[in-house]
Design a protein around this ligand. Structure first.
Ligand SMILES: Nc1ncnc2c1ncn2[C@@H]1O[C@H](COP(=O)(O)OP(=O)(O)O)[C@@H](O)[C@H]1O
Ligand SMILES: [Mg+2]
Length: 269
């Protein structure tokens, strides 16, 4: 079954969408089957993957409000090699319409169950708020990836985010955990960056990915061409960093699975 990860941080501009698009492409480069779910009405992940958000016949909005099946709303990307459940401004209405639905927190989870066998990874790009759309993402996911910029106010929003994650874990989704914290737009020459980074590692230990994403102009340019950086400039520092992140994510998962499998092997022998 697919490993479902929500990429979230209620702060805007920290690199959630950039991480979703480029991690998706990097996982594809290692032969994984990936679905990217755009849960932000801004539709940046949709556009950044090369799909025109203004020309959608169906979107994640229709899926969340039970107007079509998930399979009817999935689009293949023209270049990037992964699939997208896209979004556009219609999704703004879903917030209100979901309030009328009894099982409102579970809508995305229910839909993703139907395609769980088709993919190895599902990445969910969240909007910059802790609203019902983000809650749907966290109820559907098993792990949360938190991209953050190492700047002065970076740690401030983390408390509210942790409370939301813990709230969901202790009620509807006990398996929900922090998959990893990702330092984005990283500049090691900036002393504040290294200080915040140290603090992050102090609080979260090895939950902080070793891979850091540097500030890289190729990463910022690629969305205007509707493609991930791997297809824009595969030798760029940004492309190499996201490939490294995919590698780290996969290695961590393999390690965790080995750990889980060990007791069973011991009993068998
Ligand atoms: N590592 C990076 N280097 C340079 N620019 C980046 C990097 N990551 C993101 N950006 C740019 O910063 C802006 C915000 O990033 P985005 O991924 O859209 O954040 P979010 O989804 O959290 O709002 C975008 O213009 C994006 O192109
Ligand atoms: Mg975004």
């Amino acid at each position: 079954m697919a490993k479902i990860l929500a990429v979230t941080n209620q702060k805007g501009g920290v690199g959630k969408t950039t991480t979703c698009v480029n991690l998706a492409a990097s996982l594809v480069a290692t032969k994984r089957r990936v679905l990217l779910v755009d849960m932000d009405p801004q539709g940046n992940a949709t556009m950044g993957s090369g799909i025109d958000k203004h020309a959608l016949e169906r979107s994640v909005y229709d899926v969340l409000t039970n107007q079509c099946t998930i399979k009817d709303a999935i689009y293949p990307t023209p270049e990037a090699g992964f699939d997208v459940l896209p979004s556009n401004a219609d999704l703004t209405a879903a917030e209100v319409e979901l309030m009328e639905i009894d099982d409102r927190e579970h809508q995305l989870q229910k839909a993703l169950k139907k395609v769980g066998r088709i993919y190895d990874y599902v990445l969910i790009d969240c909007p910059p708020s802790l609203n019902m759309l983000t809650v749907n993402a966290m109820v559907a996911a098993e792990g949360v990836i938190i991209p953050m910029q190492c700047e002065y106010y970076a740690l401030e929003g983390l408390t509210a985010l942790m409370e939301t994650i813990n709230g969901i874990a202790s009620s509807v989704n006990p398996k929900l955990h922090i998959e990893g914290l990702l330092r984005t737009m990283y500049d090691p020459r900036n002393s504040l960056t290294t200080e915040v980074s140290r603090e992050l590692i102090h609080h979260f230990g090895d939950k902080v990915y070793r891979t850091v994403i540097p500030r890289n102009v190729r990463l910022a340019e690629a969305p205007s061409f509707g493609r991930p950086v791997l297809k824009h400039d595969r030798h760029s520092r940004g492309a190499i960093a996201y490939l490294a992140l995919a590698g780290e994510l996969i290695r961590r998962q393999e390690k965790a699975e080995k750990k889980q499998a060990k007791p069973a092997t011991a009993n068998a022998s």
